[in-house]
Design a protein around this ligand. Structure first.
Ligand code: IPM
Ligand code: MG
Length: 364
């Protein structure tokens, strides 16, 4: 297979982990006979510095011409002024919208040897294997009107939360499709006791669920879910929810895995066929971590596991994807850790490059 990948290293450790991820992708190419060809473009803070905008037109064009997009991270304190009119995050939101990637997949698996790495009881996180499907191109992130005004009561601001049934249904379809390849359970999270948009989600959910009698389903209120997620996380399989709830719950879910540095994500749009999503956007869940940028100690595993998701969801290369996941598993079982992961007896701490070497050495 010949594949064009658009790289968007972004800011901070985004650059280091993207480099690690492409080394793994090239190793997969050598092992399985594929060729990966790359373009590299600016996004986020580095794009603001170079071009005055967080999402230059060339960047969008390169992503649209590629088979898949691999992104590092965006942001940093130098671009953090809340009054600034250009902000790194605009690059990310604009790209999601431009690529139409409406479903964000964030799998959380707890590797047995990392059960001690979480601040929660190890017994509680043992066996956690869940998949959050977060709606990514609608809801309060994109609703209009949005903005500031001045009125008789002083400063005012508005954000708008709206959804239509098409947006809701396509996201639920992704969740059910995934559930059928997993443990066949879907938990839809909303705030239907208060929000009209949540009541729409719940209504459409029941219609979609009726088409999948072989999948167990439930609706859970988001405030209760925040609690269940750390009290009994192993009970969940696929969790599906709107944009803002998904943003919040996935940071919470990350705690289960021991380190934000471990988590990959895939953002996908309409499928070409049941398995291949062209122009998916793949990125580790972690941010640009300016405090450790350039020191060679960032955990590359979230980015490397994102390569696994890219192989799976955009290219349909499931054997290759499994090889990447297994290599990461074996590295952790062998006791290798980056500094963000708890170390202990029988473990050895590695930097970004050595950790990547260790994964590549186990790719068969
Ligand atoms: C995420 C991030 C982004 C979001 C920010 C950086 C805009 O928190 O991908 O979860 O809120 O979607
Ligand atoms: Mg977030």
């Amino acid at each position: 297979m010949h594949v064009r990948v658009a790289l968007l290293p972004g800011d901070g450790i985004g650059v280091e982990v993207t480099n690690a991820a492409t080394r793994v992708l090239d190793a997969v190419g050598r092992e399985f006979g594929h060729q990966f060809e790359y373009t590299s473009d600016l996004i986020g803070g580095s794009a603001i510095d170079a071009a005055g905008t967080a999402l230059p037109a060339e960047t969008v064009a390169a992503c649209q011409a590629a088979d898949a997009v691999l992104l590092g991270a965006v942001g940093g304190p130098q671009w953090d002024n809340p009054k600034a009119s250009v902000r790194p995050e605009q690059g990310l939101l604009g790209l999601r919208a431009a690529l139409g990637v409406f479903a964000n997949l964030r799998p959380v698996r707890v590797h047995p040897s990392l059960a001690d790495a979480t601040p929660l009881k190890a017994s509680l996180v043992a066996g956690v294997d869940l998949m959050v499907v977060r709606e990514l191109t609608g809801g309060i992130y994109f609703g209009q009107p949005q903005g500031r005004s001045d009125g008789p009561q002083g400063r005012a601001a508005v954000d708008t939360l709206n959804y239509n049934e098409t947006e809701v249904r396509r996201c639920l379809d992704v969740a059910y499709h995934l559930a059928r390849q997993r443990r066949r359970k879907v938990t839809q999270v909303d705030k239907a006791n208060v929000l009209a948009s949540s009541r729409l989600w719940r209504e459409v959910h029941h219609e979609v669920a009726a088409h999948h009698p072989d999948v167990r389903h439930e609706d859970v209120l988001v405030d209760a879910m925040a609690m269940h997620l750390i009290r009994r996380p192993a009970d969940f399989d696929v969790i599906v929810t709107e944009n803002l709830f998904g943003d919040i719950l996935t940071d919470e879910a990350a705690v289960l895995a021991g380190s934000l540095g471990m988590l990959p994500s895939a953002s996908i749009g309409e499928a070409h066929n049941r398995h291949r999503h062209p122009r998916g956007l793949y990125e580790p869940v972690h941010g640009s971590a300016p405090d450790i940028a350039g020191r060679g100690i960032a955990n590359p595993l979230g980015a490397i596991l994102s390569v696994g998701l890219l192989l799976h969801h955009s290219l349909g290369l499931t054997t290759e994807a499994a090889a990447v996941e297994n290599a990461v598993d074996r590295v952790l079982t062998a006791g290798y850790r980056t500094p963000d992961l708890a170390s202990g007896e029988g473990t050895q701490t590695l930097g970004t490059t050595e950790m990547t070497d260790a994964v590549i050495a186990r790719l068969h």
